[in-house]
Design a protein around this ligand. Structure first.
Ligand SMILES: [Fe+2]
Length: 361
């Protein structure tokens, strides 16, 4: 019997190799713009990811409240990504979530393997590494842990880390509070489009069907960070994504034709507008292209929570109120599953085009 095991990047990194295997080396056109992430983070010139202070989002004072809401809508329309501060989730809870994830990843690989996912058999929750999903065999410099965290009745707690003991409680409480923040953000974005305040929330699945999935990304130190990516360039398919990290830089956003490195803002949560909201708003809110760099000196860990509509139950398309003759729908109707499928298809086509190009040169 042949057992195929996904390679763990952590084991590669700790094996002492000086050169990374060729599957991790990015194609030529990407290598031109991968720099040293610590130098990139220090750059002060040029556009910076906006920081949005949510303290006044529900203020009694309408002037103060509207100013805060305007800033959030503007950031969603111009960037589609922002650092949220004063988001209402206690720092000590966030520290517990990070500590729990870091403690789990500090376990020996054999221990973590007990939680391994099995993508071939459809068991997607658990510990894993990306499998090459195309002919180029391209891989990313990260391992991860993935599981559904909300709604609580849809969780499978048997797949969650049992070490450390606080993992389940801290992560569950974080998911509950984040779910409340999702409603707040979606209501502001709805009002910003001239819709009823609960409209985007309903269109994305509501309390019952909107799924919160956590992915802890573990990026080991990389001996040749200038040749690799932790996560390749993509836009999130989610409605919204919330991201915590261990204050090691890595996230880059493709803004106005350049890669901008996100600064590490203390006590913030990075929030992305995903494709789902971009589609529903007919492009008025943006889903920005982004990627992760790795480095030689420090392990980077990030905690992403993807808030996603159900795969089949909802047809995603620009809402009738936001389209007009002057602004026709930019996206065809698709289920969330069809949207994901379409992106994969397009990516494969691009790869094939690039490969053919290389052969014919
Ligand atoms: Fe992403």
């Amino acid at each position: 019997m042949v057992i195929s095991v996904a390679p763990r990047v952590e084991s590669l990194a700790s094996s002492g190799i000086q050169a990374i295997p060729k599957e991790y080396v990015r194609p030529e056109e990407e290598l031109k713009n991968i720099g040293n992430v610590f130098d990139e983070e220090k750059k002060e010139e040029g556009p910076q990811v906006p920081t949005i202070d949510l303290k006044a989002i529900n203020s009694e004072d309408p002037v103060v409240r509207e100013k805060c809401r305007e800033e959030l809508k503007k950031a969603a329309a111009e960037w589609g990504v922002m650092h949220l501060v004063n988001h209402g989730i206690p720092d000590d809870l966030i520290n517990r979530v990070k500590k729990a994830g870091q403690t789990f990843f500090s376990l020996p690989i054999e221990e973590k393997e007990k939680y391994a996912n099995d993508q071939a058999s459809g068991k997607i929750q658990g510990y894993g590494s990306k499998l090459a999903n195309n002919a180029s065999g391209q891989l990313e410099w990260e391992d991860y842990f993935f599981h559904l965290v909300y709604p609580e009745d849809k969780r499978d707690l048997s797949t969650w880390p049992k070490t450390p003991a606080d993992y389940t409680e801290a992560t569950s409480e974080y998911a509950r509070l984040l779910r409340g923040l999702v409603t707040t953000i979606l209501s502001v974005l709805s009002l910003g489009l001239g819709l009823e305040e609960d409209r985007l929330e309903k269109e994305a699945g509501g309390l019952e069907e909107l799924l919160l999935q956590m992915k802890i990304n573990y990026y080991p130190k990389c001996p040749q960070p200038e040749l690799a990516l932790g996560v390749e360039a993509h836009t999130d398919v989610s409605a919204l994504t919330f991201l915590l990290h261990n204050m090691v830089p890595g996230l880059q956003l493709f803004y106005e034709g350049n890669w901008v490195t996100a600064k590490c803002v203390p006590n913030s949560i990075i929030m992305h507008i995903g494709d789902t909201i971009e589609i529903l708003s007919n492009g008025k809110y943006k889903s920005i292209l982004h990627r992760s760099l790795v480095n030689k000196e420090k392990v980077r860990v990030s905690w992403a929570v993807f808030c996603e509509p159900p795969k089949e139950k909802i047809i995603l398309q620009p809402l009738p109120e936001v389209v007009s003759e002057a602004e026709p729908p930019l996206f065809p109707p698709r289920t969330f599953a069809q949207h994901i499928e379409h992106k994969l298809f397009r990516k494969t086509q691009e790869l094939n085009a690039n490969n053919n190009g290389a052969i014919s040169k």
